[in-house]
Design a protein around this ligand. Structure first.
Ligand SMILES: Nc1ncnc2c1ncn2[C@@H]1O[C@H](COP(=O)(O)OP(=O)(O)OP(=O)(O)O)[C@@H](O)[C@H]1O
Ligand SMILES: [Mg+2]
Length: 353
């Protein structure tokens, strides 16, 4: 029971394959305020293709992060992505939400490449114009195993998972609270992480295509490691503009430039797919996020290749910052990592976002 009517906070916990990001927002009269955040690196190979390989490492990382940042909130929203997540827009005969609730398993079965008993499913009716014989429904199915693994590490870390979301939908929430959405505009949200790229194309603020691609900044690190002959850790330092003795930064710059072409190509491919599959025929703007949006020149390269203006998104455009607790400069450096986490932190149990 909540006697004083205070809204209970939910922390957004973005479990990425290279780091865990926690975001806590307060819902105030003046809008959202960032009260706390934290980022904790996790060793490579702990998460592979979205699957948790070493749950102990994640539990420890979350626990230490919460202790270090003095985060007391226990209810959390998490997200999943990758091959175990199926998102499809389907057209069905018009029916009420209650009727759909009854029949969704049966209706959706043919669209899901896993046994229906192995997935958790959710749906959202997109359009139900009165009198129309059909309606569009978005179905989301996630392998139960995956959800169980994620919620198990959360509870081991002392957290209570109240919402399970999808990375690309969390990005959409982040965008919609920070940017002015206009009905005519089509924007592509592109989150480039270590191992995955999450793409969500929104028309007038509504998702029309989501796609997860297995590609990311790690492949650039691997390339530096191979070509320069250094450890993975040193290759990461070099990629992020740091120095390692005996290595020429010019050489590294060239490797990064060449290796990032593969990421640009993946983004372009998804856009081409969208443009050929819809009558829409245009994307007006690209907003980048994720750690790999920090790769030098990547926004320019995407813009040059696709012809679409591209910029790095700001997840705190319309979110107040608790100045007493948080360092603005630090936050600016880390903002791109927190986009999914911000989208998760605004979720509340039982909402439909
Ligand atoms: N300054 C930088 N320049 C280039 N790359 C960077 C920089 N800082 C971080 N990165 C890269 O960003 C990636 C991590 O980004 P992010 O935290 O968004 O990924 P993740 O959520 O852990 O991974 P995923 O979502 O793919 O599982 C790493 O590959 C890291 O090397
Ligand atoms: Mg990520």
């Amino acid at each position: 029971m909540d006697l004083f009517g205070k809204k209970k906070n939910v922390i957004g916990v973005d479990i990425g394959s290279s780091s865990i990001k926690v975001v806590e927002l307060k819902d105030t009269k003046k809008g959202y305020e960032l009260v706390n955040y934290g980022i904790a690196p996790i060793p490579s190979e702990v998460i592979v293709d979205g699957a948790i390989m070493d749950s102990f490492a994640i539990v420890e990382a979350i626990k230490n992060l919460l202790a270090e940042k003095k985060i007391k909130t226990k209810d959390a929203a998490i997200s999943v992505s990758g091959h175990s997540v199926i998102i499809k827009k389907i057209t069905l005969p018009a029916m009420t939400e209650e009727e759909l609730e009854e029949s969704i398993q049966w209706e959706a079965e043919q669209y899901i490449p896993f046994p229906i008993g192995d997935v958790n499913m959710d749906f959202h009716i997109l359009e139900m114009a009165t009198g129309q014989p059909q309606m569009d429904v978005l179905i989301v199915a996630v392998k139960k195993d995956m959800i169980n693994d994620y919620t198990a590490v959360m509870s081991e870390a002392g957290l209570n998972t109240v919402v399970v979301d999808v990375d690309s939908f969390a990005l959409e929430n982040m965008y919609c609270i920070n940017y002015d959405v206009t009905p005519e505009e089509t924007v592509a949200l592109v989150n480039i992480g270590a191992n995955g790229i999450n793409i969500n194309i929104l028309k007038g603020g509504t998702s029309t295509l989501t796609r997860d691609v297995s590609a990311g900044g790690r492949q650039i690190t691997n390339e530096i490691q191979k070509q320069v002959g250094v450890s993975f850790e040193d290759a990461e330092i070099l990629k992020c503009g740091g120095e390692v003795s005996g290595v020429d930064p010019k050489n590294v710059e060239e490797i990064v430039k060449t290796a990032s072409i593969a990421l640009v190509t993946e983004v372009q491919r998804s856009f081409d797919f969208y443009l050929s599959a819809t009558q829409e025929g245009r994307i007006d703007k690209v907003y980048l996020s994720g750690g790999s949006s920090k790769i030098k020149g990547i926004a320019g390269a995407i813009s040059e290749r696709t012809g679409i203006p591209t910029e790095v998104g700001n997840p705190f455009m319309k979110i107040g910052i608790n100045q007493k607790r948080l360092d603005a400069e630090n936050l600016k450096e880390n903002a791109v990592f927190l986009c999914v986490g911000v989208g998760l932190a605004i979720r509340r149990p039982g909402d439909k976002k």
